[in-house]
Design a protein around this ligand. Sequence first.
Ligand code: HPA
Length: 256
Amino acid sequence: MLAIIGGSGLTTLSNLDVSHREVVRTPYGEPSGPVVFGQICGKPAMFLPRHGYGHTIPPHTVNYRANLWALNHHKATGVISVASVGGIRNDLQPGDIVLPNQIIDYTWGRKSTYFDGNGTPVTHIDFTEPYDRDLSRRIHEAGEQLGIKIKLGGVYAATQGPRLETAAEINRLERDGADLVGMTGMPEAALARELGLPYVAINVIANHAAGRGSSANGIHFESLDVVLQEAMGKVKAIIEKLVGCQNGCQSVNSTE
Ligand code: HPA
């Protein structure tokens, strides 16, 4: 069963026909909220909003370990992480949808592994390619079938937040090779790998990164909501296509 983790702009999944919700107890504490189970066009799926249903959990306090553990416990076969980001690379404009293929992790102090001692053998996971290639390819194809442009590839910089970056920090990230910047991609991707869960990120460019383009003199939060809402509509359509919906298949209920 496919699992979707929603970020800012996607705290509910309106195309999920909800059957039930479950509070999952994990050895790592509480997930961001109950996991919502249901069907998208008749295909089973589960959903978890990363920042909680009230959007109250900031990126640095999300219990990533509990979230991924809960989805794995319920036999997720793959995880699609949806998250809004800032665009660093010149061609990335607000509203664009990107499937990154690499990560640089600048976060700190987060609980970032399931293998943290306590009698467990020292374990190193391979993380050369942090995202699942096959799932990325299938998402890209779903976009193509719908005529929705998805940009393939990009280096995602994970920053600590919750504040946005300075212009100098963005310049540094660009020198490091980053194309887009967000606050929640790590340790989520690494934890999924530790659990053996295929994981992919669908990133929506909400704004030009600090000091760039329309954010040259600051990031204007008022404009972000409109951009995100429109793009998240496309993301939902892509997910529907991915799970195999025929044309015109629409949501029945809402998770709201
Ligand atoms: N920086 C970090 N995270 C973000 C941004 C940004 O500019 N926009 C949306 N999430």
